[in-house]
Design a protein around this ligand. Structure first.
Ligand code: MLT
Length: 254
């Protein structure tokens, strides 16, 4: 796990990217808009140009990577935030390292586990991309269309299409299997005693608003922001509204 975008300032915030993307999806957060925050936006192992972790695919490998990243940065605690797959990882980190969590940002994600049908679909994708040594299947199934809202526009669509096409097939397969293996996290949410913000695009077709409302219902205290008109990649599609929610969370942490 590498962090190509370290920024210096007071409040440490880690941003964990969605599948099958990289930290490039955080460009609207890494451009100085989150002034006052020290932002770390790692590329998860496998999506950073190196092979995915060895052994049985599990988000727990990335939890270890994240703990090592914080250690290397000299950070005992941080606000950990993730979008979709990044949110699954943030929840896994919260389960293993509650003492290292200063706050939690959950964006366009869910606390429920996969259904059997969803697991089977992930295995279908994993096997296909490995067999073909190509992620073309993701484009063939028009994955980028489901990542963005209907109003996103051709430039953003082309950008996301490029990001999807650049993913390493080994990482795509590994991540699908790791996500399939994850359990539900509602108990983790119920036990949290740090500020939490939940953000979701109003037009999110992958994790609809109801998934995020279910997380808010399980949390002792959380703020829900529904980003008007945005789809699944709300941080990329509507950075101003997304960043306002992040800055409000960082103020609550301070
Ligand atoms: C993501 O955006 O990270 C993925 O859609 C998550 C998933 O496949 O569950």
């Amino acid at each position: 796990m590498t962090d190509p975008h370290p920024q210096q300032s007071a409040t440490p915030l880690v941003l964990l990217h969605a599948f099958p993307l990289t930290s490039a999806m955080w460009r609207g957060q890494l451009d100085g808009s989150l002034a006052g925050a020290r932002v770390l936006a790692p590329d998860l192992r496998g999506f950073d140009g190196s092979p995915p972790p060895p052994g049985v695919p599990s988000l727990e490998h990335w939890v270890d990577d994240l703990a090592r990243l914080l250690d290397a940065a000299g950070l005992e605690r941080a606000v950990v935030g993730g979008l979709s797959m990044g949110g699954y990882l943030a929840l896994a980190f919260a389960r293993r390292h509650p003492d290292r969590l200063a706050g939690l940002l959950l964006a366009d994600t869910k606390a429920s586990a996969d259904t059997e049908a969803a697991r089977a679909n992930r295995e279908r994708i994993a096997s296909a991309v490995l067999a073909r040594r190509s992620v073309a299947l993701l484009a063939e199934e028009r994955m980028e269309d489901t990542l963005l809202g209907p109003d996103a526009g051709p430039r953003l669509l082309a950008e996301v299409r490029g990001m999807v096409a650049a993913a390493d097939p080994r990482a795509v397969a590994w991540a699908q299997r790791a996500m399939a293996a994850r359990g539900e996290s509602f108990q983790v949410l119920a036990g949290l005693r740090v500020p939490v913000a939940v953000v979701v695009g109003e037009r999110d077709a992958i994790t609809p608003v109801t998934d995020d409302e279910a997380m808010v219902a399980a949390l002792p205290a959380a703020e829900l922001t529904v980003v008007a008109a945005a789809g699944h990649l709300s941080a990329l599609e509507a950075p101003a509204a997304f960043n306002a929610a992040v800055l409000a969370l960082l103020r609550r942490v301070d």
